[in-house]
Design a protein around this ligand. Sequence first.
Ligand SMILES: C[S@@+](CC[C@H](N)C(=O)[O-])C[C@H]1O[C@@H](n2cnc3c(N)ncnc32)[C@H](O)[C@@H]1O
Length: 200
Amino acid sequence: MTPEPSDHRQRVLAAMAATPRERHLTEAQRPYAGHDRALPLFDGQTNSQPSTVANMLELLEVPEGARVLDVGAGSGWSTAILAELVGPQGVVLGLELVPALAAWGAENLAATGRTWARLEVARPDVLGAPDEGPHDRILVSAMAERLPDTLVDQLAPGGILVIPVAGRMCRVTRPTDGGPPQVEYRGHYAFVPLIEPSGA
Ligand SMILES: C[S@@+](CC[C@H](N)C(=O)[O-])C[C@H]1O[C@@H](n2cnc3c(N)ncnc32)[C@H](O)[C@@H]1O
């Protein structure tokens, strides 16, 4: 018997349905919006595969009202879906390293009217947004070679980080009792590389 989708998955699928992918694709790629594969944007970057986005967001277990950091925000699609999940009581900060992509992603995001989310150019010398933390949830849509401690340090107690690491999807949970972060791996994935500041 097929199990019922989890509540988290149902919320994610509803948020994705409320956030059409077409609006975060170049005109040339819009006809392929329904295809379950990554699609090219520009500057060699991609809009992620929808089933991968759904799997990552299910692992992230985003509650309403959460403060969320979206590293590798690209087209603004993931940032807009996160904004739908947290609702107007929440806050979402999307960071994108490629300036032209960040500007275009910010326009796409603004068109959703979800004013509690913003998308900015990432600082090349800082991974994530330590000054704006701690964050309840952190989503990273680019592949790290190893788990970046600096992002784990930006998690609030009870917070969750989802990040692809060396070909596998990694979920890190920071316990509320101050204990060590719990790290688990779920499935194999391909992603563009996460660019990390030297010394991060
Ligand atoms: C697969 S794309 C993300 C797709 C995006 N989430 C979307 O919904 O369209 C990954 C992005 O991560 C960006 N990236 C890589 N390293 C980064 C970093 N340190 N900070 C912010 N963005 C980064 C890349 O420039 C690329 O646009």
